[in-house]
Design a protein around this ligand. Structure first.
Ligand code: SF4
Ligand code: SF4
Length: 66
């Protein structure tokens, strides 16, 4: 898992859904929170991590993941 979302911090604002150039995120219809549904499409630009207002997203670069 290279994109981590801390559910307790996510307020469901949808900013990550809007900003991701690779269309990785969806809001879960049950919880209302973000999920990295298409994580495989991520190109690690870091925009979601920087723009999430509650710092709920952590992106790990693949070459730094153990
Ligand atoms: S930008 Fe952050 S708070 Fe907003 S939906 Fe995405 S993960 Fe949740
Ligand atoms: S790092 Fe960039 S491409 Fe990857 S999920 Fe975040 S906004 Fe999308």
């Amino acid at each position: 898992m290279q994109i981590r979302i801390y559910p307790e911090r996510c307020n469901g604002c949808g900013e990550c859904v809007e900003i991701c150039p690779c269309d990785v995120f969806r809001l879960d219809s049950g919880t209302g929170r973000a999920e990295a549904k298409y994580e495989v499409d991520c190109w690690y630009c870091g925009a979601c991590e920087m723009d999430c207002p509650t710092r709920a997203i952590e992106v790990k670069l693949p070459y730094l993941v153990a």
